[in-house]
Design a protein around this ligand. Structure first.
Ligand SMILES: Nc1ncnc2c1ncn2[C@@H]1O[C@H](COP(=O)(O)OP(=O)(O)OP(=O)(O)O)[C@@H](O)[C@H]1O
Ligand SMILES: [Mg+2]
Length: 535
């Protein structure tokens, strides 16, 4: 094995059990940030990933350097100054917790790299690591940390488009489906145009290098086995850009538990009054076997809003004025939420939760819904699956929930608007691992996501990220050079941090195995252009 450096600990840069330094000869040009190297001292072998590189020389002063060349940069100095490049490597594998005194540095062989990067139990490839000597190997994470019971939360962050968050998720999902030992399915919400509406189609855009990554990771790229759902519109058709979509439409029974979070109140006092009135109303409705909004409104008109009483008179524990406000808001739900909510029991079409199958993806298209309606769909769908997973009523035992724009629905700041959804997501990220409910979140700015959620992440994937975001204290764990590399990433470059890794690893991820909405548009556009060309 060719020697490419020598270990050295100095007064100002001593080696420690978790870090060692080495200098490289002037002819060595391959080592860079992210390289994995092996240091050998006698029988001892220590593997590390290069996280810092610094060039030293014996020149004290820039003026001296300039003077010795007579002010001309091209003039060679009669005495060549000494210079050296020193690399710092973060230890990723060693047998004892002791610093290295000295040693020779070389590249690990394929087998050594495999042994270094493969932690026991890790079986799900998260991209391919290519060392700077050209050796490349899949980087695997432990599925117990992805799908429970050790952990169940993956976070993917990066700039819009260039961070390729959705593509990363879809690649990871294909890897989990290819290698997991569990019965696992996935729930996705389409919130951007037709972003996720064609994931059942194979991608026509995979390059040679993409296919190579898929092959190394043992994945056969293809479209997913997927079902697509959307709320109905006023004409009872799916409110979606995809025409062959299955519809759903909810009535009073389906959404009653979520109505309190949909009610609008001017202040806290009004909110409490509305909440109390609503819970009383739910109780009364149950006693009277009320199952639809039309029955509920009719009951309210008859018993809670009698024309002969004034607004400040108490009826069934609340003022008539409060019942009036509640009535107007409940009546307004139907028009406010379009075809998603129906007044009549006969019109209800519930999602077939029980039918979710192993290796299946459900795409729930809510891109045409407003903020509050989306929130309702998120909360209800998540709760329905959570309950069924917990009571083991499903054909599967693990569900991956992909939440795009996590910072919007679980923001780091307090927001009354999303309080109940955020509480649900925090609960999933903390408790989901014990019931097999995994949260896979994606966002542009990880620093804008709630701390409780971030604290529960067991695997992080970073794509290209803006400098201003990298300045957040959250990224203090990374050296300036690593941050710089993340800032300069191209689309397939990612940094993976996993609970069982001693250091983060740079990997390459391929284009997604299936068709993205943006790619479909490109394809349709280019084929229509072709058709437009005359003979
Ligand atoms: N490894 C890759 N190499 C080159 N192009 C890629 C790669 N991965 C994804 N892409 C392409 O980059 C584009 C953007 O990807 P993607 O939609 O995943 O980004 P995003 O971060 O989710 O964007 P947004 O923030 O807008 O949701 C897509 O056209 C996709 O095909
Ligand atoms: Mg996206």
């Amino acid at each position: 094995m060719k020697t490419i450096g020598a270990v050295v600990g100095t007064k100002t840069k001593p080696n420690t059990p978790s870090e060692f330094h080495f200098w490289i000869p002037s002819w060595e040009e391959s080592i860079s940030i992210g390289s994995i190297v092996k240091a050998e001292d006698g029988m001892r072998r220590v593997y590390g990933v290069v996280v810092e590189m610094q060039g030293y020389s014996d020149i004290d002063d820039v003026l001296l350097h300039q003077l010795s060349r007579g002010g001309d940069p091209e003039v060679k100095s009669p005495n060549k100054e000494q210079s050296v490049v020193v690399c710092t490597a973060r230890v990723i594998k060693q047998e004892s917790d002791r610093p290295l005194r000295e040693g020779l540095v070389s590249y690990p062989s394929y087998e050594e790299l495999e042994e270094t990067l493969t932690v026991e139990g890790c079986n799900i490839p998260f991209g391919v690591f290519t060392n700077t000597d050209g050796t490349s190997i899949p980087v695997k994470v432990d599925e117990n940390y992805l799908l429970g019971y050790e952990g169940a939360h993956v976070n993917i962050s990066g700039m819009s488009g260039l961070g390729t968050k959705t593509s990363t998720f879809l690649f990871i999902l294909s890897s989990i489906f290819a290698h997991s030992k569990e019965r696992v399915a996935c729930i996705l919400f389409n919130i951007k145009s037709d972003d996720l509406l064609y994931i059942d189609e194979e991608s026509p855009y995979l390059s040679e290098s993409d296919l190579e990554i898929y092959e190394k990771c043992g994945i056969k790229p293809s479209g997913f086995n997927a079902r697509f759902f959307a709320p109905s519109n006023a004409l009872s058709q799916g409110d979606s850009l995809r025409s062959d979509i299955e519809i759903f439409r909810w009535g009073y029974r389906e959404i009653r538990d979520y109505i309190p979070s949909l009610l609008k109140a001017g202040d806290q006092d009004q909110r409490e009054k509305l909440d109390t009135a609503f819970y009383d109303l739910m109780r009364m409705a149950q006693q009277r076997n009320i199952v639809s909004f039309s029955q509920l409104l009719e009951f309210m008109e008859r018993e809670l809003l009698p024309p002969n009483k004034g607004g400040s008179e108490l009826i069934h524990g609340s003022y008539k004025a409060t019942w009036g406000k509640l009535y107007n808001q409940i009546k307004g739900l139907n028009s406010k939420y379009g075809g998603l909510i129906t007044e009549y029991e006969d019109d209800v079409v519930e999602l077939p939760y029980q039918e979710l199958k192993d290796r299946q993806v459900w795409v729930i298209d809510i891109q045409q819904l407003g903020f509050y309606a989306r929130k309702l769909v998120f909360e209800k769908v998540i709760s329905e699956f959570e309950r069924r997973l917990e009571s083991k009523e499903l054909k599967i035992n693990k569900i991956i929930l992909f939440m795009d724009e996590l910072n919007k629905y679980a923001p780091s700041h307090n927001s009354i608007e999303v309080a109940s959804l955020k509480a649900k997501l925090i609960d999933i990220s903390a408790r989901g691992r014990s019931i097999g409910f995994s949260l896979f979140g994606a966002e542009q700015f990880k620093s804008k996501v709630d701390q409780n959620i971030i604290g529960n992440v067991s695997t992080d994937v970073y794509g290209k990220t803006k400098e201003s975001e990298l300045m957040d204290p959250l990224y203090k764990i990374f050296s300036d050079e690593i941050k710089d590399k993340i800032r300069r990433f191209s689309k397939g470059d990612k940094l993976v941090e996993h609970e069982l890794f001693d250091a983060p690893i740079f990997v390459k991820m391929p284009r997604p195995p299936c068709m993205l909405g943006s790619d479909k548009i490109r394809l349709t556009h280019s084929s229509s252009l072709l058709k437009a060309v005359p003979y």
